[in-house]
Design a binder for this molecule. Structure first.
Ligand SMILES: Cc1cc2nc3c(=O)[nH]c(=O)nc-3n(C[C@H](O)[C@H](O)[C@H](O)COP(=O)(O)O)c2cc1C
Length: 207
């Protein structure tokens, strides 16, 4: 083997050929590595609500996915030993409110164990009772009111499939609130807004 071939082989083994970085070595994954790797995928941030008035419980959640158009189904993943799960099971539904960047303080507050509940929680986020009986936040980007369609145990979480019975979209559009690598972030668009889309203004100010 010539020196050049030997060098190439060594480079190939080290993953340096073609300018590709050497992928990080893969130790057997543990929860911290899993969480860190999943954190590379940015998500939106929502407030999951159950009940209204004195019965309200609200929780920061980013595990929202759209599942089906016929029927309209979405899915959220909620930790099994948390406060939300037994309430949803008992009451049979929930609402999901998609937050804008200006609602960062809500996300920070409603992941805490000492977060407000009941009327105080409704007041804090300016929520109203939706048609489903669950708290809806009119200042949110979008809200989905759901009946519980199905649930599946999944490790230390439970997957709640919600059938969407009502949805609301804010008439204006603001920057979404994002979560990436364990931190909240905003959006830096990579493309200009489509022509005529002049709605990207801070919530509450005229477009
Ligand atoms: C950005 C963000 C996203 C979260 N997403 C979820 C989620 O999808 N599911 C979940 O069970 N908890 C999620 N949490 C944690 C909950 O907000 C909350 O801390 C926890 O479930 C509280 O449990 P408790 O009801 O027992 O107090 C998230 C927290 C943050 C900060």
């Amino acid at each position: 083997m010539t020196t050049t071939a030997g060098t190439l082989l060594a480079d190939a083994q080290a993953g340096r050929v073609g300018g590709h970085p050497d992928p990080a070595p893969a130790p057997s994954p543990d929860p911290a590595a899993f969480r860190a790797a999943m954190g590379r995928m940015p998500t939106g941030v929502t407030l999951l609500t159950h009940g209204s008035g004195d019965d309200t419980i609200i929780m920061t959640l980013n595990s929202l996915i759209s599942v089906s158009l016929d029927p309209l189904l979405l899915l959220v993943s909620v930790k099994s030993d948390g406060r939300m799960r037994p309430r949803v099971r008992r009451g049979g539904g929930f609402a999901v409110n998609v937050l804008g960047a200006e609602q960062l303080p809500f996300a920070q507050e409603f992941c805490r164990p000492d977060r407000p509940e009941g009327q105080a929680a409704m007041l804090r986020v300016g929520a109203v009772e939706g048609v489903s009986g669950h708290a809806v936040i009119p200042s949110a980007e979008a809200s989905f009111e759901c009946e519980l369609h199905d649930e599946h145990e999944a490790g230390d979480h439970v997957l709640l499939l919600g059938r969407v019975v009502a949805l609301h979209q804010h008439p204006d559009t603001t920057d979404p609130l994002l979560f990436h690598r364990g931190r909240y972030a905003g959006l830096s668009p990579l493309e200009p807004a489509p022509a005529g889309d002049d709605r990207l203004t801070p919530r509450g100010r005229a477009a």
